[in-house]
Design a protein around this ligand. Structure first.
Ligand SMILES: [Zn+2]
Length: 255
């Protein structure tokens, strides 16, 4: 079992009121989900790469949907792990808690997290190619019709995930607003830090005084802005860390 943990980290989590968690592919990988972006990711191989951009998607929409349908099937088999469960428990214990994730698998919601900001979208959401305001959830697996049709206007759907070369969706604004209102502790879990947005977010909250804890299997592109880097699997580190935080009693939290 990992730990004991740095006193400064445990005290920061005990005294925190507003906590921002940021999760990346590492936490999903521990549930057996293939990585999309990054080395060895599903979007790095031949077929996945062909559909990882808007141009690729539009070139062969039906083929793209066949690939996404297969990914939805693989991801649909996965279950949340103890790291997801711990983050859901933390949300219940803090007065203000936001979970920003780069993952598109929906496992945080499946684990019971309520305020989940999915900055890269969700594999089980779709949006209309004709009107981006038409967005809906569809968990049908396998899909009956490729490409799926918009329930509002009948237009063709695309997956509501952020592809390479695309900007973030409207969700990212919610993350920025939460960060701007002040954060006591930022907990960065299993993200490579390779993408610009998350790094900017973590840098901004740290400059504003947040204590930054990173949990990762290896140092990442964000480790240089972390006050504490805990090396290990999130599914082992987070439950142990949370136990140690709670053993001493929370100060400002409600748990
Ligand atoms: Zn539509």
């Amino acid at each position: 079992m990992p730990g004991p943990f740095l006193t400064a980290t445990v005290e920061a989590l005990r005294g925190a009121t507003r906590v921002l968690a940021l999760t990346g592919a590492g936490i999903s990988a521990e549930s057996g989900i293939p990585t999309f972006r990054g080395e060895g990711g599903a979007w790095e191989d031949g077929e996945g790469l062909a559909y990882a951009t808007v141009a690729g998607l539009m070139r062969d929409l039906e083929g793209a949907w066949r690939w996404f349908d297969a990914m939805r099937r693989v991801v649909g088999q996965a279950r949340p792990n103890p790291a997801h469960a711990t983050l859901a428990a933390m949300e219940a214990a803090y007065p203000d808690f936001a979970l920003v994730t780069q993952n598109v698998d929906g496992l945080h919601a499946a684990a019971g997290s309520r305020k989940v900001i999915e900055i890269h979208g969700n594999l089980y959401r779709m949006r209309c190619l004709w009107d981006p305001e038409h967005r809906w959830e569809d968990r049908t697996c396998p899909l009956r019709r490729l490409p799926p049709a918009c329930p509002v206007c009948g237009g063709s759907a695309r997956p509501d995930v952020v592809l390479f070369g695309e900007g973030y969706g409207p969700e990212v604004e919610e993350a920025v607003v939460f960060a701007e209102q002040g954060v006591d502790v930022a907990l960065v879990v299993g993200t490579s830090g390779a993408v610009g947005g998350p790094r900017c977010l973590v840098e901004a909250v740290r400059e504003a005084g947040a204590y930054v804890v990173e949990v990762n299997v290896a140092p990442s592109g964000l480790s240089d802005v972390a006050d504490d880097l805990i090396v290990g699997k999130a599914g082992e580190v987070l439950p142990a860390l949370w136990d140690q935080v709670q053993e001493g009693g929370m100060k400002n939290g409600e748990g």
